[in-house]
Design a protein around this ligand. Structure first.
Ligand code: SAM
Ligand code: SF4
Length: 326
């Protein structure tokens, strides 16, 4: 699958629910969002059918995401179904890890190889404040311990930078890569309908994050762990982990974009932002061939995003990344 700008797309992020058990300040409104009705969600069989259609077209890598994917039942069953699709050689999961401890073993056995875990602070009270669901920290840590124990590798830790809430922990997150084999990725906050004020007033760039880390010790640019993403990676000499930066705002990487997204209700989105999406669910349910729709969606994949700090215009009406899977 090659788009009109010559970018090869072989990676799909599949959101399996719009619901979440947390309310991260940069993501969802406190009161949540109007959830999708159950009948609108793709079933696991429908997701499998779409992946089976995409694989011969060139899809190789799939990430299960949400909302929080682990609030949906039987995710290991979905993982087993997707891992068995010929041509899919990489299956990964993005999670907040709150429910991971009990599921880690089954997910690993089912064929998920790699994990991305959101963790915005190393301090329990701050995790409570940022996630707005007090008491999550011990469960997240138990989830991470279980993930290491059952052999997920690499484990990437996603840290969204928020001025006044966690930017003073940049050094602590960097130091932890000397102790644990974690790949810590600092992420610049992107503006959406739900976080406009926060994104405008409490934005921290990854340039600043890297400066702070370099003040501790020399950093070497490295290739980073296996993955599909836009992060650039660095490492302290001899450290088991790495430090990555994801810079959608300060250094846009759209020219390297290799992905599309499938929302929980079956919309194929060629870009995280913007208005373009194609309903695959209804044609699939009507028994139609969805391949022409996929081809057309790829053809109109935008060249880049047009996010503007403090504005909803560039986000194309997106209220929260939980709606598209991030
Ligand atoms: N619930 C899972 C989690 O938190 O990992 C998966 C879905 S979440 C939407 C995927 C990723 O998007 C997370 O790493 C989260 O931190 C990130 N994210 C959400 N809103 C964001 C925003 N406004 N700017 C930057 N990253 C954001
Ligand atoms: Fe939930 Fe993930 Fe959004 Fe946090 S970032 S509210 S964990 S979907």
């Amino acid at each position: 699958m090659i788009d009109q700008f010559g970018r090869t797309v072989q990676y799909l992020r599949v959101s399996i629910t719009d619901k979440c058990n947390l309310r991260c300040v940069y993501c969802m409104p406190m009161e949540g969002l109007p959830w999708l009705p159950r009948e609108d969600l793709l079933t696991y069989e429908e997701i499998e059918q779409i992946i089976r259609t995409l694989a011969p077209m060139g899809l190789q890598r799939v990430r299960i995401t949400g909302g929080e994917p682990l609030v949906r039942r039987d995710v290991p069953e979905l993982a087993r179904m997707l891992a068995a699709v010929p041509g899919i050689r990489d299956l990964s999961l993005s999670t907040n890890a709150v429910l991971l401890a009990d599921e880690a073993d089954a997910l690993r056995t089912a064929g998920i190889q790699r994990l991305n875990v959101s963790l915005d602070s190393l301090r329990p009270d701050r995790v409570d404040a940022i996630s707005r669901r007090p008491g999550s920290y011990p469960n997240i840590m138990a989830g991470l311990d279980a993930a290491e124990r059952v052999g997920f590798a690499p484990i990437k830790i996603n840290v969204v930078l928020i001025r006044g809430q966690n930017e003073d922990e940049i050094e602590d997150f960097a130091e932890i890569t000397r102790e644990r084999p974690w790949h810590v990725r600092f992420i610049e906050m992107m503006p959406t309908g739900a976080n406009l004020d926060l994104a405008a007033k409490q934005f921290v760039s990854c340039t600043e994050a890297l400066e702070r880390v370099r003040a501790i010790a020399d950093l070497e640019p490295v290739a980073g762990p296996f993955g599909n993403g836009p992060a650039r990676y660095y490492q302290f000499r001899g450290a088991p982990g790495t430090i990555g930066v994801i810079t959608p705002m300060s250094h846009n990487y759209c020219d390297r974009c290799n992905r599309m997204r499938l929302t929980a209700d079956g919309q194929l989105r060629p870009c995280l932002f913007g208005h373009i999406q194609t309903n695959l669910r209804d044609p699939l349910r009507a028994g139609r061939d969805i391949r022409p729709l996929i081809d057309e969606t790829l053809r109109i994949k935008p060249e880049r995003h047009y996010l503007i700090q403090g504005s909803t215009l560039g986000s194309g009406g997106l209220v929260a990344l939980s709606q598209t899977g991030g």
